[in-house]
Design a protein around this ligand. Structure first.
Ligand SMILES: Cc1cc2nc3c(=O)[nH]c(=O)nc-3n(C[C@H](O)[C@H](O)[C@H](O)COP(=O)(O)OP(=O)(O)OC[C@H]3O[C@@H](n4cnc5c(N)ncnc54)[C@H](O)[C@@H]3O)c2cc1C
Length: 302
C-alpha cells in the first residue's frame, strides 16, 4: 500500500488527519478499530477505510493498537496520528515497532520533495522548530485543530481480520468523571488563573462562561496546586493546546508554558491588575482591573 495511513479513535480528529494526509499524498487510507460508526464516518469523507474487528484489541491499549497499525502499514511511508494524549502514546510505540522516526505536537508542515518539514513547539513552547524525519518511515502526530476536517466524499470500507495480541491486559475501562469537558473543542474559553481569590469565585466565572456559550479552563497551578478544577481544564504545555474564537483570561500572568496553549486563539482578552503582565503583550484587548469586579459587571450586563 502506498500513500499515507491515518488513525485516531476520535472521528473529529481522524477527519482532520485526512486533510493533513491529502496535503502529503492523494492516496489516504484510514484505519478504524472495533468501531463501525467511525468507519462509516471516515468512508463518508471519501477515503478507503480498513475496518478491523478484533475483540482482543481495546483502543485504550496503545500497545495493541500499535500492533494493528503496524500490520496495516506495510508499504506506507508516513502514518499520521492525532497528537492528543492517547495519540502521543501510540506514536512512540508505533514508531518503535516500525523502526520509524517520530514527531508529536506537529502544528503544520510543508512537503519539500520527499521530506515533510514539520513545525512543532520547542524549548517549552518558547519557540517553534522545524524538524524533519530522516528515516525511511515516519510517524507524525498532528495537534488537534491544526487542519480543517475533511469534507464529504464517497469512500469505501474493507473489513480486515487480524490476529493481534497484546502483552498488556486491560482489566477495566472506566468512563471519564462527570468533568469530561473538552476545552480543545470549545469556541469560547474563560480561563481562571491564580489571580482568582478563592474557589467560591469560580461560581461567577462559570456563570460568565455559560453566558458566553463557552467553558471554564484554567492555568496549571489552579488545577494541580489549588485543586479547584480538574486537570482536564488546564491550558498549556502540560495541558491542552486550544484555539478558541474567544479566550477571556482572568488573572493569568502569561508564562510561556501557558501561552503556548492559547496563543492561537482568534481573540484574547486579558484581565489583570498588573498593567505590565506579559499576557497583555499577546492579547487583543487588555483590561487593567480586578477580575472579580469585571466578572460581576459582565454577568450583570450579559
Ligand atoms: C515544565 C512546566 C510545565 C508547565 N506547564 C504549564 C501548563 O501547561 N499550563 C500552565 O498554565 N502553566 C504551566 N506551567 C506553570 C507556568 O510556568 C506558570 O507558573 C503558570 O502558568 C502561572 O499561572 P498563573 O498565570 O495562573 O499564575 P501567576 O503567574 O501567579 O499569575 C497570576 C496573575 O494574576 C494577576 N492578578 C492577581 N490578582 C488579580 C486580580 N484580583 N484581578 C486580576 N488579576 C490579578 C497577577 O497580576 C498575575 O499576573 C508549567 C511549568 C513548568 C515548569
Amino acid at each position: 500500500m502506498a500513500g499515507v495511513l491515518i488513525y485516531s479513535d476520535k472521528l473529529n480528529l481522524a477527519l482532520e488527519l485526512i486533510t493533513a494526509g491529502k496535503a502529503i499524498n492523494d492516496e489516504v487510507t484510514a484505519v478504524a478499530i472495533n468501531d463501525e460508526e467511525l468507519a462509516k464516518g471516515l468512508a463518508n469523507a471519501g477515503v478507503k477505510v480498513l475496518s478491523v474487528a478484533n475483540e482482543a484489541v481495546n483502543v485504550a491499549d496503545t500497545a495493541a493498537v500499535a500492533s494493528v497499525i503496524k500490520e496495516l502499514a506495510g508499504g506506507v511511508k508516513t502514518v499520521l496520528l492525532a497528537s492528543n494524549r492517547r495519540g502521543k502514546e501510540l506514536a512512540g510505540r508505533l514508531a518503535q515497532k516500525l523502526g520509524a522516526g517520530c514527531l508529536t505536537d506537529v502544528s503544520s508542515f510543508t512537503v519539500n520533495g520527499d521530506k515533510i518539514e514539520c513545525q512543532r513547539n520547542a524549548l517549552g513552547g518558547a519557540t517553534v522548530a522545524t524538524q524533519v524525519i530522516v528515516s525511511d518511515k515516519g510517524v507524525i502526530a498532528i495537534a488537534p485543530k491544526s487542519f480543517a476536517p475533511a469534507g464529504e466524499g464517497s469512500g469505501s470500507i474493507e473489513l480486515v481480520s487480524l490476529d493481534v495480541s497484546s502483552k498488556v491486559k486491560v482489566l477495566e475501562v472506566k468512563a471519564k468523571s462527570a468533568d469530561a469537558v473538552d476545552i480543545e473543542a470549545a469556541e469560547v474559553l474563560v480561563v481562571a488563573g491564580q489571580g482568582v481569590n478563592s474557589q467560591d469565585d469560580l461560581t461567577d466565572i462559570e456563570a460568565l462562561a455559560k453566558k458566553l456559550g463557552g467553558e471554564v479552563a484554567c492555568t496549571k497551578p489552579v488545577a494541580t496546586d489549588k485543586k479547584w478544577l480538574s486537570e482536564e481544564r488546564v491550558v498549556g504545555l502540560s495541558g491542552k493546546l486550544c484555539k478558541p474564537e474567544l479566550a477571556v483570561l482572568l488573572g493569568v500572568s502569561g508564562q510561556v508554558q501557558f501561552t503556548v496553549g492559547i496563543r492561537d486563539a482568534k481573540t484574547i482578552v486579558s484581565v489583570n491588575t498588573d498593567e505590565n503582565a506579559s499576557m497583555n503583550q499577546l492579547s487583543d484587548y487588555v483590561l487593567t482591573a480586578d477580575l472579580h469586579e469585571v466578572v460581576k459587571d459582565l454577568n450583570s450586563k450579559l
